[in-house]
Ligand binder design. Structure first.
Ligand code: GTP
Ligand code: MG
Length: 273
């Protein structure tokens, strides 16, 4: 049996699982858990000190699941406390604040911390990850849009939900899908079930969308040198159009990326003799 397979009391019926929360300080990890378990929201920030632990019971299909939740502190100061708790986990709630780009950019570092603490024998493939793009109620301050978050999550085979612990939006759906995926994983012999989305676009498509999003001008977007010829521009355009055409590419953000490439080509060709 895999190291992080959950303890099963009665085969086919009850399950005990361990889930942890991860993400920068103040992104709303504790509030998401509180909203689900206690149906309430606390607006005052009470930083988690080290780890908070709780147990809850949920029903998934014919199974009763006993969930041990370890809510981690996001502050770097608590690294030493956190690293005790990564092992034997079946599910991770990975949270960022849609109004804090840093917290989104930090997701890779959170995965790296977990991977390092699990050591060379730890297997992240046997864990269900759900990414929560939290605080979507704060629309004015939003700086990480849905397609950017979804692209990051789905290109890794993770679930993705837009949530607000304040209004409750997305919270129940997120937990239901999360727990049901963990049950699927247990019934699948400890292997993460392949999601439709993760199988439906390539790494090249995901990387290209990200590159286009971060490009500084039209030349850069098409991946040609400033002053390139019409032929070079058209060649680069055709390659990107094939890769990102909405009929061919279902990666989040592909439609916008495709439109941006069309516009970049039009703008460049206007000025090239
Ligand atoms: P650490 O325990 O320090 O790692 O932080 P945390 O990620 O657990 O954050 P916590 O849940 O304590 O929330 C931080 C602050 O964000 C609090 O003031 C919450 O009220 C607020 N907050 C959390 N979720 C939301 C949300 O969905 N919308 C809004 N507007 N505020 C939120
Ligand atoms: Mg907390």
């Amino acid at each position: 049996m895999e190291a992080n397979m959950p303890k099963r009391k009665e085969p086919g019926k009850s399950l005990r699982i361990k889930v942890i929360s991860m993400g920068n300080a103040e992104v709303g990890k504790s509030c998401i858990i509180k909203r689900y378990c206690e149906k309430r929201f606390v607006s005052k920030y009470l930083a988690t000190i080290g780890i908070d632990y709780g147990v809850t019971k949920v029903q998934v299909r014919d199974r009763e699941i006993k969930v041990n939740i370890f809510d981690m502190a996001g502050h770097p100061f608590f690294y030493e406390v956190r690293n005790e708790f990564y092992k034997d986990t079946q599910g991770v709630i990975l949270v960022y604040d849609v109004g804090q780009k840093d917290s989104f950019d930090a997701l890779d570092a959170w995965l790296a911390e977990m991977k390092q603490d699990l050591g060379p024998h730890g297997n992240m493939e046997n864990i269900v990850f759900v990414v929560c793009a939290n605080k979507i109620d704060c629309t004015k301050h939003r700086c990480v849009d849905e397609s950017e978050g979804r692209l990051w999550a789905e290109s890794k085979g993770f679930l993705y939900f837009e949530t607000s612990a304040q209004t409750g939006e997305g919270i129940n759906e997120m937990f239901q899908t999360f727990y049901s995926s963990i049950v699927d994983l247990c019934e699948n012999g400890g292997k993460r079930p392949v999601t439709n989305s993760s199988a439906s676009f390539t790494k090249e498509q995901a990387d290209t969308i990200r590159r286009i999003r971060n490009s500084k001008d039209s030349w850069d977007m098409l991946g040609v040198k400033p002053g390139a010829s019409r032929d070079e521009v058209n060649k680069a355009y055709r390659k990107l159009a094939v890769l990102l055409h909405p009929d061919k590419c279902v990666a989040p953000g592909s439609e916008d990326a495709f439109k941006a490439v069309v516009n970049a080509r039009t703008a460049l060709l206007k000025n090239i003799k």
